[in-house]
Design a binder for this molecule. Structure first.
Ligand code: ZN
Length: 383
């Protein structure tokens, strides 16, 4: 086992599903860092049960490189695994375990690099920025970024180690999700015209959203993405209680993913406008007490860095791959850009195609590439 693999085995053993605390994992990281004389700081959330971690190798001054990884992972509930998801298991050069790709592999590689980074006598710092609650809407890192900007900390660039098969990724889509709850008026179904059917309001919204999705598909596009345009999808509908009752409640849950050049707020304003200027007034003509409310479930900004930016060219050279792409999955890179203005790329071991699935794995060869990339990046950017 390489040092990175040993640390990954330890990290995977902590069940840091987003709903749970990550403090035990963070205590492990702090112990590990302090064994090399590296101090680290925890930035807790409001509950005190979760924390981000910030640590600096090399001189604590402006400039330098941030290595960002999230410590939480998605649940294993309902999944059938060939081996225990919290026991890193090697089969044919693939290391299986929850979070092995997304994204404890990169976190392990970053930690394993620490002794060599210390020995390099860096002129500019390498910072470790580990976050919590990424998987439920990039929640945790926001506190960390606020803390950094309050302290006036000014790093020069950031690598987000999401699984990209070690390709340089120059952007990701942004996203928002909402729940829209309609209330109507329940009556016996034999008296249907006297009620107000909340499911009909929900259905009107679903049909409108389908049109918004079509407009997004016809809107701005970016050939660096597999799916070149912004998207919208209705994920859930709930409503009604019995076949013979006109339903008084219905809920539509939807999400959209936007290119950086497509305004998230404009998309939402259009949807909200339709509900409050057409769908709800129609319902209220039949039942004045009908209502509609939106609840935002999450939002995170899109990310993009120019393909000709110095960081991108340097990283392509470092990983020995001249191609780049953008990805549709959400990540924290957009927040590093929005909150700190940091040039940021995504590059990390493993494939997103095995993440969030049973038998998630990272290949040992991918971890070795991540190890090499981190050393070369420190040499390039911090010496
Ligand atoms: Zn991830």
């Amino acid at each position: 086992m390489t040092p990175t693999e040993r640390i990954l085995r330890d990290l995977v053993a902590f069940d840091t599903t987003s709903a749970k605390s990550n403090l035990e994992l963070m205590a492990y990281v702090q112990d590990y860092l302090s064994s090399f004389g590296i101090a680290s700081r925890l930035i807790h959330d409001a509950t005190g049960n979760k924390a981000n971690l910030w640590a600096t190798v090399g001189p604590d001054r402006d400039g330098g490189l941030v290595l960002n990884g999230h410590t939480d992972c998605v649940p294993v509930v309902g999944e059938v695994w060939q081996s225990d998801p919290f026991t890193l298991t090697n089969r044919d050069g693939k290391l299986f375990g929850r979070g092995s790709a997304d994204m404890k592999g990169f976190v392990a590689a970053s930690l394993a690099a620490v002794p060599e980074l210390i020995a390099m006598n860096l002129e500019r710092p390498v910072h470790l920025a580990l976050s919590h609650d990424e998987e439920i809407g990039c929640i945790g890192v926001r506190t960390l970024l606020r803390d950094l900007s309050d302290r006036g900390q000014k790093p020069a660039m950031c690598i987000v180690g999401e699984p990209t098969l070690m390709q340089v990724v120059t952007g990701h889509k942004g996203g928002r999700a909402y729940r829209c709850h309609f209330t109507g008026h329940a009556v016996h179904s034999s008296l249907a015209p006297q009620g107000q059917n909340a499911i009909e309001s929900a259905a009107a919204l679903v049909m409108f959203l389908k049109g918004v999705a079509a407009d997004l598909a016809a809107g701005p596009s970016d050939a660096d993405f597999d799916l070149v345009h912004s998207t919208l999808s209705v994920g859930m509908i709930q409503g009604g209680t019995a076949i013979n009752i006109v339903p008084a409640d219905a809920t539509v849950t939807f999400e959209f993913r936007n290119l950086l050049e497509v305004d998230q707020q404009e998309i939402f304003d259009r949807i909200e406008g339709e509900v409050f200027s057409r769908i709800l007034p129609e319902a209220q003509q039949r039942f004045p007490g009908a209502s509609a409310t939106f609840e935002q479930i999450y939002e995170y900004p899109a990310h993009a860095i120019n393909a000709n930016a110095p960081l991108v060219s340097a990283m392509k050279h470092i990983v020995g791959r001249n191609d780049h792409s953008k990805v549709a999955f959400g990540a924290e890179a957009g927040l590093f850009l929005r909150e700190l203005g940091l040039p940021t790329v995504l590059c990390g071991p493993g494939s997103i195609s095995v993440a969030h699935r049973p038998d998630e794995y990272v290949e040992r060869s991918q971890l070795a590439k991540a190890d090499a990339m981190l050393r070369r990046a420190a040499q390039e950017f911090c010496k």
